[in-house]
Design a protein around this ligand. Structure first.
Ligand code: NOJ
Length: 878
């Protein structure tokens, strides 16, 4: 049956993806977003086939790892190679994902573990600030250090692959449930943040898994399944044109590849009506071809929908390995063994899958840094089952290794440095000596169920310091804002009281009347779609504050004319009802700060840290101002929801700018307790040569070792204890047709295989490719920009100086971010801002030549303090 499913899926690819589809990417245009209600050119988009799957060649920093990986793979049997690629099934072993082991060579099974902000499902770990929060520090050092410390914690727990960082979702719509796991809807900011994070994780000796590739921009319908009232609905299709793909969503993935990410997770959704984990165009052509990705592509959990076609389309590892959780069946495992034995999948493709996995292993030094897995995702108990789903192998499963080191200090500082001061009418910083401090809001206090009291953090109770779902980690503790503020105030013997029930109107009024300063904590949460919180199925239903936050602010400001609002949120929230109320004397956005939440905000409130964070998204006056939204209802019938990205590259500030919409707080905005002056822009032209498209041919696909073609060599060992629902590479019959359980077995294989998919001969290299991330000349420096930034206030401060570029064409955004630097400047002193402008920074994607080019439109560089405060400018003479 499985085999039939595979065959059908291959056939489907073959029949629907060839032909007219092949021209979609090159010819698509960006329809005017204001016409988005009209029939879209992207409707029912298709994705062209691209085969064969590129084999790794050890380019860039991968040379050494490639040689080692080849040496290792050359020693493996067919079964052992298969074992490296296929997960053992959901809850089959200790980690959220585990592949098979190679006992003969003393190679233990690889362990894949969430999350992008710490080790999920483990004790004695740190809960770091979320990606979307640290992004607001605009600080490369903060990103690297967080990556390194997260990597170290994974490493000490025995994890081989950390399932993060995230740049998909990028954040197309602010309601997107998992935006906070990633960094920012701006591709350049995201690209730099993801690169630093990857370097940090991998320098710690753990493989980073950059996810989710690609266009997983909403939670609703991300997977096929039954929807109440609608029946079965296919996974959503994010429909996109070639230019938008390259100029926006692919950009940070290119940076991740250039930074050397060892693995990339393909996403649940479809792209142009082809599932991302078996989309040959996206994996073979774009990721492994054009971007030259050398590591391995891992499926999201159950995002694989067919066996042979996913392998030929470039998938290298299936997670968690079973067709659906705990079916005991796999599209790979035994079926992959058979597919190689019968020639449906060429040996070089399996060799390439195994080589890519092992190369990532060697690249980050796993051969030197690996320790035994010493925790268990499925239980915090000391003793339990090694194979939790099967309840087999009782013994020591959790050694409670404390891996936190001194990370709490950096977490506190990172969150404080990421806090954005949005408004300050001389209310901040506080001294702690205020006569009467009043704290309001459930968001200031503990969750009555404990910081980890809701499964996968699927609730919004107490102070919000991370979202919900697989992008979370257990809190070792959670310092609440109330506790930290109380510590502060009590040092001076002042008075502090709180009301943390948002609906205790009488008590709120009574306390607010007495306060000399009121600190109001409000929040907005979101998370992964498999959990629904307060009616929000992952994606937010709206952009308003949760728990009646607006009413709370209104009730406090009605009685206290010195009200400071602190927002803990997953992204933009609507503040228009109160932000310019004169009784709101200060506003801070603190994001999702992690375990040290209270200490971090107290550091800012009481002036130990002068705020320097800036918004990494736009805060608009209404949700419609963003021009994009979530699809909440499926179409009638069983068709996949069609999510047409008609707005093209115009998301977030680019959309606001294009449509002349005034934001409340723009992208890049943030205040300080001091002030800065910008002057003296200077542009130096560098001498870069002309751009040369990559040409030539690859080598032929290497074949590593021999394998027996005798099915008798692949049978289940007779002395083996079979673990229930576990996925093995072995066959249960010497008759391949019986072993595959496929009634159509034996039909000519050509019928099922897309043209060229098994061809291991040298292939043309891609013009826009040629190195990790793309053509190396894209990173040639064309200009270096400098400016003078003076701190003209009275205290030291840090300023995130931003460089934007106008590409000048009628279809280009007004400006796009291209560089930034966070400068630390003493009062009365100045510092020099410096940033390079690369060829890539000035290029557009040309769909006809399938390459980057610099248009002849006049280009301008701006240096400023936000996307709307473009204080200095200069023409760029190319
Ligand atoms: C599904 C999520 O989409 C992915 O991000 C996560 O890594 C896996 N589950 C494993 O938990």
């Amino acid at each position: 049956m499985l085999w039939l499913a595979q065959a059908a899926a291959i056939l489907a690819i073959h029949l629907t993806k060839v032909g007219a589809a092949a021209t979609l990417y090159p010819n698509a245009t960006n329809p005017n977003p204001s016409n988005s209600t009209n029939a879209s050119e992207l409707n029912d988009a298709t994705s062209p086939p691209y085969y064969p799957s590129p084999w790794m060649d050890g380019s860039g920093q991968w040379a050494d790892a490639y040689t080692k990986a080849q040496d290792f793979v050359r020693q493996l049997t067919l079964l052992e190679k298969v074992n490296l690629t296929t997960g053992v099934g959901w809850e089959g072993e200790a980690c959220v994902g585990n592949v098979g082991s190679i006992p003969r060579l003393g190679f233990r099974a690889l362990c894949m573990q969430d999350s992008p902000l710490g080790v999920r499902f483990a004790d004695y770990v740190s809960a770091f600030p979320a990606g979307g929060t640290v992004a607001a520090s605009w600080d490369r050092g903060v990103w690297y250090q967080r990556g390194y410390q997260m990597g170290m914690e994974h490493r000490m727990k025995g994890v081989d692959v950390q399932l993060g960082p995230v740049v998909g979702p990028l954040g197309r719509s602010p309601e997107g449930g998992r935006n906070w796991e990633g960094f920012s809807p701006d591709p350049v900011l995201s690209g730099i943040a993801v690169s630093e994070t990857i370097r940090g994780i991998q320098d710690a000796g753990v493989i980073a898994c950059t996810k989710h590739y690609i266009l997983n921009e909403q939670e609703h319908f991300r997977q096929p399944g039954d929807v109440a009232g609608y029946g079965f609905v296919d996974g959503i299709s994010s429909n996109i044109d070639d230019k938008t793909l390259h100029e926006l969503y692919l950009w940070p993935f290119a940076d991740a590849v250039r930074a050397g990410t060892g693995s990339i997770m393909c996403s649940y959704n479809q792209v142009n009506n082809s599932y991302a984990c078996q989309n040959s165009y996206l994996i073979n052509y774009i990721l492994k071809g054009e971007l030259g990705f050398q590591g391995f592509v891992m499926s999201d959990w159950s995002a694989q929908h067919a066996g042979v076609s996913s392998s030929l389309a470039g998938l290298d590892m299936t997670m968690p390995g079973d067709t659906a959780f705990d079916t005991g069946l796999s599209f790979w495992g035994a079926n992959l063994t058979i597919a190689v034995l019968n020639g449906t999948i060429p040996e070089w493709r399996l060799d390439d899958m195994a080589t890519r996995i092992m190369a990532a292993y060697y690249l980050v030094g796993r051969d030197r840094t690996q320790v035994p897995v010493n925790f268990n995702s499925w239980s915090l108990d000391t003793y339990g089952y090694e194979h939790p789903y099967a309840s087999m192998g009782y013994g020591l499963i959790n050694q409670h290794v404390d891996v936190r080191a001194e990370h709490g200090t950096a977490i506190r500082s990172a969150a404080a440095r990421s806090t954005v001061l949005l408004k300050n009418n001389n209310a901040l910083p506080l001294s702690g000596k205020e006569k009467f401090t009043a704290v309001f809001g459930e968001d200031a206090d503990n969750n009555a169920y404990g910081p980890n009291g809701c499964s996968d953090h699927g609730c919004d109770d107490g102070t919000l310091a991370q979202g919900w779902g697989s992008g979370t980690a257990s809190f070792p503790y959670l310092v609440t804002p109330l506790a930290a503020i109380q510590n502060e105030v009590l040092q001076y013997g002042s008075i502090i009281q709180s009301v943390t029930n948002n609906w205790a109107y009488t008590q709120i009024e009574a306390l607010a009347k007495q306060a000399s300063v009121a600190l109001v904590f409000v929040n907005a949460d979101s998370g992964e779609g498999y959990i629904t919180v307060d009616g929000n199925e992952g994606d937010r239903n709206n952009l308003t504050l949760w728990k009646d936050g607006d009413a709370l602010i209104k009730n406090v400001t009605g009685y206290c004319n010195n009200t400071v609002v602190v927002i803990h949120s997953v992204g933009p929230v609507l503040v228009d009802a109160w932000y310019n109320n004169p009784n709101v004397t200060a506003i801070l956005w603190a994001g999702l700060p992690g375990e040290q939440s209270g200490n971090s905000i107290a550091d800012v409130l009481y002036g130990r840290v002068n705020p320097g964070g800036k918004l990494t998204f736009t805060m608009g006056a209404s949700r419609t101002d963003y021009g994009t939204d979530i699809i909440y209802k499926p179409p009638n019938g069983h068709a996949a929801p069609q999510d047409n990205f008609d707005e093209g590259v115009f998301i977030d500030y680019r959309y606001f700018d294009k449509n002349n919409i005034d934001p409340i707080y723009e992208f890049g905005f943030g205040l300080s307790y001091t002030t800065f002056a910008y002057s003296n822009i200077n542009v130096i032209k560098a001498s870069a040569g002309a751009y040369t498209p990559t040409t030539g041919m690859t080598l032929e696909a290497p074949v590593l070792g021999n394998y027996s073609t005798n099915p008798a060599d692949y049978q289940f060992p007779s002395n083996m204890t079979y673990v229930t629902a576990y996925i093995y590479p072995y066959l249960n019959s010497t008759d391949l047709s019986k072993a595959s359980e496929d009634s159509s077995y034996g039909l000519p294989t050509e019928k099922y295989i897309p043209a060229g998919a098994t061809d291991g001969s040298p292939q043309p290299r891609i013009a826009a490719g040629g190195g990790p991330g793309g053509n190396p000349e894209l990173w040639d420096v064309l200009f270096t920009v400098t400016a003078t930034i003076a701190n003209n206030g009275t205290i030291p401060g840090e300023e995130v100086v931003q460089m934007y570029v106008s590409l000048g064409g009628p279809d280009d955004p007004k400006v796009v971010l291209r560089g930034f630097e966070r400068l630390s400047i003493q009062a009365g002193s100045s510092a020099t801002f410096t940033a390079d402008i690369t060829r890539r920074d000035l290029s557009n994607w040309d769909t006809a030549t399938q390459n980057w080019f610099i248009s002849s439109y006049p280009k301008t560089v701006y240096v400023g303090s936000s996307s709307r405060k473009l204080l200095l400018s200069s023409a760029l003479n190319i």
